[in-house]
Design a protein around this ligand. Structure first.
Ligand code: SAM
Length: 221
């Protein structure tokens, strides 16, 4: 099975011989790949949508991997017991939904050794939540598919000292490793901030003026 660059970069963070839960698996590609390639012996594929999970179950059956991959229907981490898995993937979901899933049951969240997140939106809010709730970002990756960037965050429990506000927006990990897509990613962000500034500069409301000033400060940073 050939997977996209985004999914391969998510898989790169999966630790060998761990038990992994893929929350919101949809098609089931990630747990199937991990088990087929022997990266992990066991995985759990979950989704809150019955239809999505049906696709996964069919593919698992077709591949003959029912012994190694368990499929579970349910919301977020409700599908596992504390210490049942080592790592959790949450990809293709919003950063706020990811936060809400993490917050729901601390006993389960605290029992997980590592997390791989790929927020579709609100990555800044997710990074802020992580640093304020005793998670530390260990590494990050960037992927670009069809002109869209995807941020992939590898996190563990632990303290993190985020030195500048801008690092919630643009990961310090990507800067440290001078990621090959970083320049393009930052240029793309600058372009979208500038287009919002252009709209806001015509507006006169208090909130628009505040936002205009915030975005100009962000642009400077
Ligand atoms: C866009 S798909 C992403 C699929 C896959 N993870 C990927 O990255 O390609 C999002 C999936 O998350 C599932 N989902 C949304 N909210 C969820 C929740 N609270 N718990 C579990 N799954 C959820 C949806 O049903 C959908 O299948």
């Amino acid at each position: 099975m050939n997977l996209s660059d985004r999914l391969m970069k998510i898989i790169k963070f999966v630790k060998e011989d761990t038990i992994i839960l893929d929350v919101g698996t949809d098609h089931g590609y990630v747990p199937i790949y991990i088990v087929e390639k022997n990266i992990c012996k066991k995985a759990i594929a979950s989704d809150v949508s019955r239809n999505s999970l049906k696709k996964t179950i069919e593919l698992i059956k077709k591949k003959g991997l029912e012994e190694n991959i368990s499929s579970r229907l349910g919301d977020g981490l409700d599908v596992i017991r504390p210490y049942e898995v080592d790592g959790v993937i949450m990809a293709g979901m919003g950063g706020i939904l990811i936060q809400n899933i993490l917050k729901k049951d601390k006993k389960i969240t605290d029992s997980i050794n590592y997390f791989i997140f790929q927020p579709m939106v609100a990555s800044k809010e997710l990074r802020k939540y992580l640093s304020q709730n005793n998670y530390k970002i260990v590494d990050e990756e960037l992927s670009k598919e069809d002109n869209k960037f995807y941020e992939i965050i590898y996190a563990k429990r632990g303290k993190e000292d985020v030195k500048k506000e801008i690092y919630y927006e643009i990961s310090e990990k990507l800067i440290e490793k001078n990621h090959p897509l970083l320049k393009e990613f930052v240029e793309d962000k600058i372009k979208s901030v500038k287009s919002v500034i252009d709209v806001l500069k015509e507006k006169k409301s208090k909130r628009s003026i505040e936002r205009y000033n915030e975005l100009n400060k962000l642009l400077d940073e």
